[in-house]
Design a protein around this ligand. Structure first.
Ligand code: UDP
Ligand code: MG
Length: 313
């Protein structure tokens, strides 16, 4: 029987974990496929770890891996993919926003129709603040213009992948991980399933607007160098404007003499040009800071405890 591993990042999810487990148990009995859960405890400060350990103790198909602190969902996903051994692997939120009822269809598409990846996307953003939806749409429009790697609007991390796809993702060793981009970078034959947005069963979202904004910038920096080109373009444009202005002023002075005026406009120009310079420096700095973290080669996560033998030293 084929083995399907569910990678489940959890950060302070004590209320959701038992509900998630019950749902998966149901699907597991219905589907008759060897489903295994890999809970990744991303430095929770509540009882999440205790609950996972307890479940893993009682069921040999439930595993846990616990970080030494909060490393973020990207790190948790990577740890899960590295720990998994199944023929198929999927990443799932523990809050049941990724409907387990789709698993059967996802496996069928891979086994019978020859897809390598079955991704899911939300077609509605019901229950989300409208301003957040607006910025999300803007983000996808911008990043798809800037980057060669296509990012699908509404795509979730919930996706079923074959072992071959997982191994390809694991060859991407970068420190600044932006999974949506990495998934689409590796390619493979992908089928998209669509579903209506489901609200969390328990707890609250860990993503503030500010965190999402920073994540969006990470995505752009990780998958596009367009901001650098745009900076250079603005620089070029300003040089051209300055050149034209110089000629205008010389001609004007020769023709009409040189009355001393224009101090306010000069101040405005200085402000604007130095603003653009700082902005450009900021853009370069953003890339430089990513490189800085990248060359340090720090581990992406640190495991504190797990039931998986792979980590025994
Ligand atoms: N998560 C995590 N580490 C974090 C933040 C979130 O492992 O630092 C997990 C969280 O427990 C959940 C999943 O990532 O299982 C998605 O988080 P959330 O539901 O808050 O995000 P949303 O669904 O609102 O995008
Ligand atoms: Mg969620």
């Amino acid at each position: 029987m084929k083995k399907l591993d569910l990678v489940v990042p959890c950060f302070n999810e004590e209320d959701s974990i038992p509900l998630f487990y019950e749902e998966i148990k149901k699907v597991r009995n219905e589907l008759r496929i060897n489903i295994n859960i890999y809970f990744i405890n991303d430095g929770s400060s509540d009882r999440s770890l205790e609950i996972m350990k307890d479940l893993s103790f009682k069921n040999e198909w439930v595993n846990y891996l616990s970080f030494s602190r909060n490393f973020g969902k990207e790190a948790a996903m990577l740890a899960g993919l590295e720990a998994s051994t199944g023929d198929y692997v999927t990443i799932m939120d523990v809050d049941l926003q990724d409907p387990p009822s789709l698993l059967g269809e996802m496996v069928r598409l891979i086994e019978e129709e020859g897809y390598d990846v079955v991704g899911t996307r939300r077609v509605t953003r019901k229950g989300e603040p409208p301003i957040r939806s607006f910025f999300a749409r803007m983000f996808y429009r911008i990043i798809n213009k800037m980057s060669k790697v296509e990012m699908v609007d509404g795509a979730r991390d919930y996706r079923l992948m074959t072992r071959q796809v997982v191994n390809s993702i694991l060859t991407l060793k970068e420190y600044n991980r932006y999974s949506k981009g990495l998934f689409s970078f590796v390619g493979f034959k992908t089928k998209w399933l669509e579903f209506e947005n489901v609200e969390r069963v328990a707890g609250e979202t860990k993503w503030s607007f500010w965190k999402l904004f920073l994540y969006a910038i990470d995505g752009i920096v990780a998958f596009s160098t367009a901001p650098l080109v745009i900076s250079a373009m603005i620089g070029l444009l300003f040089c051209l404007i300055a050149f034209v202005l110089i000629i205008v002023i010389i001609v004007k002075t020769l023709a009409f003499g040189d009355p001393t005026s224009g101090w306010p406009s000069l101040v405005c120009i200085i402000f604007m040009v130095s603003g653009v310079q700082l902005l450009t420096l900021g853009v370069i700095g953003e890339y430089l800071s990513k490189m800085y973290m990248e060359v340090k080669k720090r581990p992406i996560y640190i495991v504190k405890e797990t039931n998986l033998e792979k980590y025994d030293d």
